[in-house]
Ligand binder design. Sequence first.
Ligand code: ZN
Length: 446
Amino acid sequence: MPRRLFIFLFCFFPILVQAVEPDWNKIEEELIDLLQKLIQVDTQNPPGNELAACRVLDKFFRKNGISSKIYRVDDQRANLLARLKGDGSQKAILLAAHTDVVPANGDKWSVDPFSGEVLDGYIYGRGAIDDKGMLAVHAMTLVLLKRQNVPLRRDVIFLATAGEESGGSPGIKWMLERHRPKLEAAFALNEGGRIIYRNGKPLYIALQTEEKQAYNINLTATGTTGHSSIPRLDNAIVSMAKALERLERRPMQQSLDAVTTAFFQEINRVDTAVVWTDNQVLTTDPLYLAILSNTIAPTIISGGIKSNVHPPSVELNLNCRLLPSQDVDEFVDSLRTWISPGPYSFDYRKRNPAPAPSPQDGLGYILIEQVCNELYPGTPVLPYLSPGMSDGTSLRHEGIPTYGLLPFPLDEEEVWRQHGVDERLSLESLMMGMKLVHRLVKLAGI
Ligand SMILES: [Zn+2]
């Protein structure tokens, strides 16, 4: 080959490669196929059975020439890591998503929740939004970068975790305990934030930098047992009903930190559901209320042993979401005081305090904001405290700046399908998410 031609190709070929846009129509087909395969694997947690989903991902990576490794926790549960190598001159980026899903009651769905059926431009299935859509997009991002031969300064790490829906013990926590060095990264992209649409237009982008902390607090009411033919005033079910009624009437105190202050000051400008005045938020919107204070949701009640016996005790699970600055012991003390006097006891497991928020001037935040500005010009990108908790808390505890952004634009009605009936993701939204993550990783990596 003439030397001048060689120099020309050597110098310009990478640029030409980078400038070529992927064939998004073809990628859409591959992406739908991968997402369907992931949805069709039943990973309802409990029990999880995430090993089967890891096998789907492993096969996909191998078919596309990317090495991946399954980390088995036991016969049914596993995590998976794949890595696209860069030149090592910069720290890696980590793409994290979980393989388990919450249970789906198929009777109420209009399609089989594990079919991955495409209807009227939507892919249906448990996990389409949470979090198999993100898994599929992350996996496809590595494959695209490899196919395009994009020269990377950083490794791109793909992580699929088990057990996120029950606190991450066999998943992110297991991986961090045993394989922490393999997850070292300049920043991580994970679920948690939102691209919110209203009336067909983007309203705001909530980029999660911190999370409320989830606690299951068990409240027990006890009573004198005996024959129910003689009613008793200290019946445990009646006592529990009184406690619950008191809990529902407890005062809700707003508490704003730097993240939520920045969020509400800006939301005030774009959403009429919020009024910001004198550093206080006036709103009746359930999401915004959840961000502003500690919350309690009763989720499971159990008690009683026979229809003609006063129950010795009744138990109620209170799913509590605490603000990052809230100490759990102080919170439970306040509940105890509020419902007293009565035959009540609380049981809960204390954990480490919440980690510090991921910085708003960090590389991850800056790059995600830049890509969002390109794809959604004029839409504000806001730091966000998510009411839900994810693997992000464990990653932040380990000092990995983690940014939560479900990359799919969703209108508010669609968001409620997550963990609900007829969970689905529009194909248009899926592809918007694909382009966002691909653009972000390419921008960060080259
Ligand atoms: Zn999730």
